[in-house]
Design a protein around this ligand. Structure first.
Ligand code: IMP
Ligand code: MG
Length: 181
């Protein structure tokens, strides 16, 4: 699929598929045959979550968490959080599924809120990790790919709600990154 606003493909569909399958194996090795509550961070994680969970042998309950730090544009805004689906996390093994770890502030906020619901364990899986951008001391338990500091779109990641359905992860052209409509 060619998308004129994408400067280059960073992670092809095939590389993502292979790594997502491996990640599921790493996750399953940690949880054994226990039940997991997967908490998908909307909206960006929906593609990754859907692919990942179909490789998991575990029983999985689902919850979705809406946390907005980038409403439009590339600048962070305030974090707002709503949880829907399986909301009883008490005593459960909770796995937060997120598209990308950037400054780490979103995930830090989310984990703080979820911890108050008394999960037995609380772990995180992120497809992408922009390691060099971290502003808070946080790391994910499972990471798909470390990525450079560029604005990325596709495979769930958006810019102004576009490009989420691209089957690859690409670098957005800076001209396109400046536009929000
Ligand atoms: P953090 O709080 O800075 O770690 O931001 C994490 C959130 O910012 C992610 O869940 C994404 O929604 C968004 N984000 C960070 N980097 C990118 C990017 O390169 N493309 C699209 N969204 C991004
Ligand atoms: Mg996100």
């Amino acid at each position: 699929m060619t998308e004129p606003d994408v400067e280059r493909v960073l992670l092809s569909r095939e590389r993502i598929e292979t790594r997502v399958c491996e990640l599921a194996g790493e996750i399953a090795a940690v949880y054994g045959d226990g039940e997991i509550v997967a908490v998908g961070v909307l909206t960006g994680a929906f593609v990754f979550l859907a692919d990942l969970v179909r490789h998991l042998p575990n029983r999985v309950r689902f919850s979705f968490l809406k946390a907005d730090s980038y409403a439009t544009g590339t600048y962070p805004g305030a974090l707002s959080v709503t949880l829907v689906g399986e909301t009883d996390l008490s005593g459960r093994d909770v796995l937060v599924v997120e598209d990308i770890l950037d400054t780490g502030r979103t995930l830090e906020g989310i984990l703080g809120i979820l911890r108050r619901r008394g999960p037995r364990t609380l772990r995180t899986v992120v497809l992408l990790d922009k390691v060099s951008r971290r502003e808070v001391a946080i790391s994910a338990d499972f990471v798909g790919f470390p990525v450079p500091d560029a604005f990325l779109v596709g495979y769930g990641l958006d810019h102004a709600q576009r490009y989420r359905n691209l089957p690859y992860v690409g670098v957005l052209r800076s001209e396109a990154a400046g536009k929000s409509s």
